[in-house]
Write a protein that binds this ligand. Structure first.
Ligand SMILES: [Zn+2]
Length: 472
C-alpha cells in the first residue's frame, strides 16, 4: 500500500517561480517563492550590499540568504530527490519585545512507501522521498516555511529586524540565515507529528519521532503510550529524552559538562543536587566556587527572602559563605545582589513551589558578580533542617558549584539528550526542540540563540545526528 497525505490543503496558485540552487549539493534544495508581486522575496525596496549578500533589493537579499542557508543544508544531506520548500514572508505574530521569527513544517508526510524502514509510521515528505529514492509528490513542495515580514518595524521587535548578511555578523539584529537553518531543520524532520497537547497522533498513526521520544518517569516511549500519557509526558520537564543512537554518540563531542552543586559536611545532606542556573552573574566554571553554606533569616517565619539589604547579623553570618535564600516577593537578581553586598560568595535560592528539576533564575543585573543557582523546594527544606544545628557563623555544611565530570549540559545521566517539555505546554515549541539546558547552545533550541551554528553536525551541533536517527 502506498499512502500519501497532505498535512494541510496546499494552494499552489501563489507560486511565482521556482529557483534551483547550486549543484554541488549532496541534496538539491529548491526554494519555491510563494510571495506575491512587490512583497517578500519580490520586495523591490533598494538596499545596500551587506555581509557578503550582494542583492540590491530587499527581496533579492532575502532570496540570497535563503539560497545560502539551503546550500548549507544541501551539503549536509544526501538525497537523490530535490527538496522543494515553499517559502514566503508574511506578517506573523508580533509584539514590541517579542515576535515569531518564522515557522516551518512538513507540507507532505508519507508512510508505507516502498522501502520504508518502519510500517504504519509517518515520515516527513523530504525524508520519505530520500528513502524511496523517487519523488512520491510529483514535484510539489514537501516543506512549508514562513518568515516574519514585519520584523523590526513598529511594534514588532522595533529596531531589531533580520540581518540579511551571510557572514553571521548580525550584531543586535536577528540572523536570518541562522533562523532559516533552524526552520529548514523542522521541515526536514526535526518536528513531532503527534500533538503533544492532546496526545493525538496524526491520523491515528505514530511518526518516526515517537519511536525516539522516551519518558523517564513513565519509562515508555511515545509509541507505547496512551494519548493521556503523551499529554503528561509533553510537560514532563527534563524527563523527556531522545533515545536515538546517533545523537547520544555525538553528544559528548558537542556538549560541555553540566553545572552541578555538590553538598558535603553532614551525612544527612551529602550529595549532588539538581540546579537551575541564573541568566545573570558569572557562569559556573570548572574552577568553581566552594564555601560553607549559611542561611539568610530575615522573616519571623524563618524564611530569608533577602529582598532588602541584609541586617548586620545576617551579613556577618554569610560573609565569605554561600548564602541560602528563599524564593519569593522580589526578583532573583535583587536577592543575589543583597547577598553579594553583604559579602556572600555565592547564592542558593530554595524554590517555594514543589517540582523538579528546578527552573533557572531569570532576570538581569550586570553588577552581580557571584554565581547563583536555584534548588528544589525539597532540597531547600532538607538543607534548612540540617542548618538548624549551626552556630552564629559556622554550619559545617559545604557547597561546591562546579562542572560535572560525568553529566553533560542538556542530557540526562545516561548521556541522552533532553527534549524541550516545559510546563505549561508551548504549542509549536514543546517536544519539537532540544531542551534549553544544553550548553553550548544548539541550533534546534526553541529560542533564537546568540551563537547559532552553521555546521549542523558534531562536534558543532546535534541537529544532523538527530535527523540521522530518523533515517536521513
Ligand atoms: Zn523551532
Amino acid at each position: 500500500m502506498n499512502v500519501k497525505q497532505l498535512t494541510r490543503n496546499v494552494t499552489l496558485a501563489l507560486i511565482l517561480g521556482a529557483m534551483p540552487l547550486i549543484a554541488q549539493a549532496a541534496a538539491e534544495i529548491i526554494v519555491v517563492n510563494a510571495d506575491e508581486p512587490g512583497e517578500g522575496f519580490n520586495d523591490p525596496t533598494p538596499v545596500q550590499p551587506i555581509g557578503g549578500n550582494n542583492g540590491l533589493t530587499l527581496g533579492q537579499q532575502r532570496l540570497n540568504a535563503f539560497q545560502y542557508a539551503a546550500n548549507i543544508w544541501g551539503r549536509q544531506l544526501d538525497s537523490a530527490v530535490p527538496i522543494r520548500i515553499k517559502s514566503n514572508f508574511d506578517p506573523l505574530a508580533c509584539e514590541k519585545d517579542s515576535a515569531t521569527l518564522g515557522s516551518a513544517g512538513p507540507l507532505m508526510v508519507n508512510r508505507d512507501f516502498a522501502g520504508a524502514p518502519r510500517t504504519n509510521t509517518w515520515y516527513h515528505g523530504a525524508l520519505a522521498n530520500k528513502l524511496l529514492e523517487a519523488d512520491d509528490f510529483e514535484g510539489e513542495p514537501v516543506i512549508r516555511a514562513r518568515f516574519n515580514s514585519n520584523l523590526g518595524k513598529e511594534n514588532c521587535l522595533e529596531g531589531g529586524g533580520f540581518y540579511l548578511g551571510l557572514d553571521g555578523q548580525h550584531g543586535h539584529l536577528t540572523d536570518l540565515v541562522g533562523v532559516l537553518l533552524h526552520e529548514f531543520g523542522h521541515g526536514l524532520g526535526f518536528s513531532n507529528l503527534t500533538n503533544g497537547q492532546t496526545g493525538r497522533r496524526y491520523n491515528g498513526i505514530p511518526s518516526m519521532w515517537d519511536y525516539h521520544l522516551y519518558d523517564l518517569t513513565a519509562q515508555k516511549s511515545w509509541v507505547e503510550m496512551t494519548d493521556a500519557e503523551r499529554v503528561a509526558s509533553g510537560v514532563n520537564s527534563r524527563k523527556l529524552i531522545w533515545r536515538g543512537q546517533n545523537v547520544t554518540q555525538a553528544a559528548p563531542r558537542v556538549l560541555q559538562g553540566a553545572p552541578e552543586l555538590r553538598i558535603s559536611g553532614l551525612a544527612s545532606v551529602i550529595g549532588t543536587y539538581q540546579i537551575g542556573t541564573a541568566s545573570f552573574g558569572p557562569q559556573i566554571t570548572a574552577a568553581g566556587t566552594s564555601a560553607e553554606v549559611m542561611p539568610v533569616v530575615d522573616q519571623t517565619d524563618g524564611r530569608g527572602l533577602a529582598c532588602d539589604p541584609l541586617t548586620a547579623n545576617n551579613a556577618s553570618a554569610i560573609r565569605g559563605k554561600i548564602a541560602l535564600v528563599d524564593r519569593g516577593t522580589c526578583s532573583f537578581n535583587i536577592k543575589v545582589k543583597n547577598a553579594q553586598l553583604a559579602g556572600a560568595v555565592g547564592v542558593l535560592v530554595a524554590d517555594n513551589a514543589a517540582g523538579s528539576p528546578p527552573p533557572g533564575l531569570g532576570g538581569s543585573d550586570p553588577t552581580v558578580t557571584i554565581p547563583a543557582v536555584r534548588i528544589t523546594k525539597d532540597d531547600g527544606e532538607k538543607l534548612k533542617l540540617a542548618l538548624k544545628q549551626r552556630s552564629r557563623n559556622r554550619s559545617g555544611i559545604y557547597a561546591a558549584l562546579g562542572i560535572s565530570a560525568t553529566q553533560r549540559a542538556g542530557s540526562d545521566e545516561a548521556g541522552r539528550l533532553l527534549m524541550f517539555a516545559p510546563n505549561p505546554y508551548q504549542p509549536g515549541s514543546s517536544v519539537s526542540h532540544f531542551d534549553t539546558s544544553a550548553s553550548p547552545d544548539l541550533l534546534m533550541e526553541p529560542f533564537n540563540t546568540e551563537s547559532v551554528k552553521r555546521n549542523l553536525d558534531a562536534p558543532h551541533d546535534l541537529t544532523f545526528p538527530l535527523l540521522r536517527d530518523l533515517g536521513w
